[in-house]
Write a protein that binds this ligand. Structure first.
Ligand SMILES: Cc1cc2nc3c(=O)[nH]c(=O)nc-3n(C[C@H](O)[C@H](O)[C@H](O)COP(=O)(O)OP(=O)(O)OC[C@H]3O[C@@H](n4cnc5c(N)ncnc54)[C@H](O)[C@@H]3O)c2cc1C
Length: 394
């Protein structure tokens, strides 16, 4: 089987690894010119550690694991309001935290150790695809072209391949009432190493999270606002908007905003949830954020990507020569899992980023209540952060 994977993120590399092991002829096309290291921490929740274990990734993951001790909420002067240290998936932290770059490195090493993909192209992307009964003709930006039995769209929430096969994203994207931004800054002196620290003002919060490099930390900003189409693709406008929303914030917010304009890895996007009508259309199949995104607020994007890659590769290998059957079973297995995984624990943006000072106080009280073990047990059941039973593939 000749497979094209569009996107070399966690979803794309996870499926490429398993397809290589199953003997497929795999090409990966990644728009970025080179592999990106570091980046934000992701947590492996629910079934994903078990799947990572089955994929033989745990020794590599253990080598890069970030040992985040917990979360500290601070006021505008940096004084501690609340310290919580549970890692059971009911809060923002999980037991296994690793940067996206390090997890990707573990996957790339495993791909290499399994014999490598046929072709791994950085700095290129699909510009057109046309499918017929026997395959998909694909043209790349570099001018080259190829014919594949299957194209996997693993190119993220704004997937270009999905747009080509399914049409404009507006049909199945829902705006969730806010924005998130991420970038890396040099570790400030007053930041407590090993802890995720957060400060909130009405309609905005800023958190600093540990990076694998002790000299750096990851900034995560969450903003509650109506959608503004003028912000799309305009970095200067996005940064002006962030400064305006965090104008009243103290603590390390001014220092973080100072570094924002020069941060090489600045990312800003709307918080959206995707509900495409199906996960495949003919010979094009959606994987990871391109098909499942429930927004970073779910904290389960990586878990969904790893589980999805495992199921997709497993079904393809289990039904050689019957692509239709494999894609139907992939969808049937994933849909119940995704319905739970796309839920946002603790409510949506309104509870995560309160609009008033009073609301912020209530949010702290709620977090304090969450810290009690019996409450967490109930939350775990409700939040869907459970280990799902998944098929075992050969
Ligand atoms: C700050 C932050 C914290 C997060 N925390 C968590 C967490 O705690 N737990 C969790 O499970 N998830 C978390 N997530 C989400 C998680 O990172 C993603 O949902 C997950 O990694 C799935 O990734 P993906 O491979 O589907 O997409 P992406 O990671 O977006 O990868 C897509 C890849 O495709 C490439 N690409 C884009 N366009 C094209 C194109 N046209 N052609 C070719 N390549 C293209 C991109 O360069 C990228 O490499 C977090 C995300 C962020 C930003």
């Amino acid at each position: 089987m000749r497979v094209l994977v569009s996107g070399g993120g966690i979803a794309g590399n996870s499926v490429a690894l398993q397809l290589v092991r199953a003997g497929a002829d795999v090409t990966v096309v990644e728009r970025a010119r080179q592999q990106r290291d570091g980046g934000q921490a992701v947590g492996l929740r629910g079934s994903s550690p078990r799947i990572a274990e089955r994929m033989g990734l745990m020794p590599g993951i253990d080598r890069h694991r970030l040992h985040v001790r917990g979360m500290v909420d601070v006021d505008g002067r940096g004084r501690e309001i609340l310290r919580t240290s549970f890692h059971d998936g009911t809060g923002p932290l999980t037991d296994i935290e690793i940067t996206r770059g390090d997890l990707n490195q573990v996957l790339l090493e495993a791909i290499s150790a399994s014999g490598g993909v046929t072709d791994y192209r950085y700095g290129d992307h699909v510009v057109s695809l046309e499918q017929d009964d026997t395959g998909v003709e694909v043209a790349f930006d570099s001018g080259s072209s190829g014919r594949f039995d299957l194209v996997i769209a693993a190119d993220g929430v704004r997937s270009a391949v999905r747009r080509m096969a399914f049409g404009p994203e507006e049909q199945f994207v829902r705006y969730l009432g806010g924005y998130m931004s991420f970038f890396t800054m040099p570790t400030p002196e007053s930041w407590e190493p090993g802890w995720m620290m957060a400060h909130a003002v009405p309609n905005a919060s800023i958190a600093l999270r540990p990076d694998s490099d002790p000299a750096a930390c990851n900034v995560m900003i969450t903003l509650r606002a109506a959608a503004d189409p003028a912000l799309r693709g305009d970095v200067a406008a996005q940064q002006r908007f962030i400064r305006r929303m965090l104008a009243g914030a103290g603590w390390l917010a001014p220092a973080a905003l100072e570094t924002m304009s020069t941060a090489a890895d600045f990312v800003f996007d709307e918080l959206v949830r995707l509900d495409p009508p199906s996960l495949s259309k003919g010979r094009v199949v959606l994987l990871g954020d391109s098909g499942f995104c429930g927004s970073p607020m779910t904290g389960r994007g990586t878990a969904m990507a790893i589980v999805g890659a495992y199921v997709l590769a497993g079904e393809l290998a289990a039904a050689p020569g019957d692509l239709g059957a494999a894609l139907s079973r992939y969808e049937a297995t994933m849909i119940p899992f995704l319905q739970r995984a796309k839920r946002i624990p603790g409510g949506g943006i309104k509870s995560k980023v309160p609009a008033t000072q009073f609301g912020l106080g209530l949010a702290h009280l709620r977090l304090k209540a969450f810290a009690s073990p019996p409450v967490r047990q109930v939350l775990r059941r409700l939040s869907g952060d459970q280990v799902e039973e998944l098929p075992v593939y050969r």
